[in-house]
Ligand binder design. Structure first.
Ligand code: SF4
Length: 308
């Protein structure tokens, strides 16, 4: 599955690509195993937008399919939303070159969005709602048992921050969940992949990127702000993003305040020590080591930080 443009890579770039691909395969394999995302006999519908993430998702799933101990099928689906200037030949040409099963669904959601949303307002939320409905319908028509989306680790962390800052909820993007209409299992196999790795992978693979904003919509400013904040944190405090993602996999309901999630009312003197118990006025000591992925932490330094 070599992209012809890969033949123009220098030997150093080829080595970089091989290493990166191995790492991404590892991340995706881990997510698939940890959340039981793909099972024997599944038909996985990979939603291909034309962005770097969905191209990477398809490429890595195709590699894993070759070596997986189970059998699963892949069908790539692109929704042509009839945005002006959408280069409709790019994805079919690319998918033909891969020799895989695919379907391009043509649906003029652009006209609906233009009709319903006043000029100058952000159109992305209606657009993605319409897209979701078409994709669910397509999954049913194709007999897909899983719908795979190209969201990655940074998308998930950004969503967590957005929900905390603007939605009053501690909620991110699920790695695997049933769709809101109750009919499909939606998976995010790139859950453990960093966006920076996917950017580099996309460049080395020279994916024929199709921008999402051909419609002229403005980017979601709140998400842009969160992205900037997280990037600043990453620059100033290497390892913080990794630690946040580890935290999302390591929730301690008894030490939060959601009485739906933890039965605080039943606690009495006989309950025993739960999750380390209450430390009263003691300050906890934290090893400022990246607990998820030590790549960005220099030499596993253990800087003890006192947190009030
Ligand atoms: S940028 Fe345009 S095409 Fe992309 S989600 Fe927003 S409205 Fe839809």
């Amino acid at each position: 599955m070599t992209n012809p443009s890969e033949n123009t890579l220098t030997p150093t770039q080829k080595t970089q690509l091989a290493k990166l691909e191995k790492r991404l395969r590892g991340h995706v394999g881990k997510a698939i195993a940890q959340y039981n995302m793909i099972e024997d006999g599944d038909k996985v519908m990979v939603c291909l937008s034309g962005g770097k993430d969905s191209y990477a998702l398809l490429a890595i799933l195709m590699l894993l399919k070759e070596s997986a101990p189970i059998h699963f099928d892949i069908v790539a689906v692109n929704l042509d939303q009839k945005q002006p200037g959408f280069p409709e030949h790019i994805l079919p040409n690319y998918l033909d070159s891969l020799g895989i099963d695919y379907k391009v669904v043509e649906e003029d959601t652009y006209a609906i969005v233009k009709d319903k949303i006043p000029e100058g307002k952000t159109t992305c939320s209606l657009c993605s709602r319409l897209r979701r409905a078409v994709l669910y319908r397509t999954a049913k028509e194709l007999g897909a048992t899983k719908i795979a989306l190209g969201h990655h680790r940074d998308d998930m962390i950004e969503t967590l921050m957005l929900n905390m800052f603007y939605g009053g909820k501690m909620k991110a993007m699920p790695a695997k969940l049933v769709s809101d209409n109750g009919e499909h299992v939606v998976i995010r196999p790139l859950a453990f992949c960093k966006e920076s790795e996917l950017i580099q992978y996309g460049e080395l693979k020279a994916f024929p990127i199709i921008p999402c904003n051909l419609c002229g919509s403005q980017p979601n400013l709140q998400r842009q702000n969160i992205k900037r904040m997280l990037n600043d944190w990453h620059e100033q405090f290497p390892g913080r993003i990794e630690s946040m993602f580890t935290a999302m996999q390591n929730v301690v309901p008894s030490h939060l305040c959601d009485s739906e999630l933890f039965d605080f009312k039943s606690i009495d003197a006989t309950s025993g020590v739960i999750n380390g118990g209450d430390l009263a006025f003691d300050q906890e000591s934290y090893a400022a080591t990246n607990t998820a992925n030590t790549e960005t932490t220099p030499d596993n330094q253990l800087n003890i930080v006192e947190v009030q």
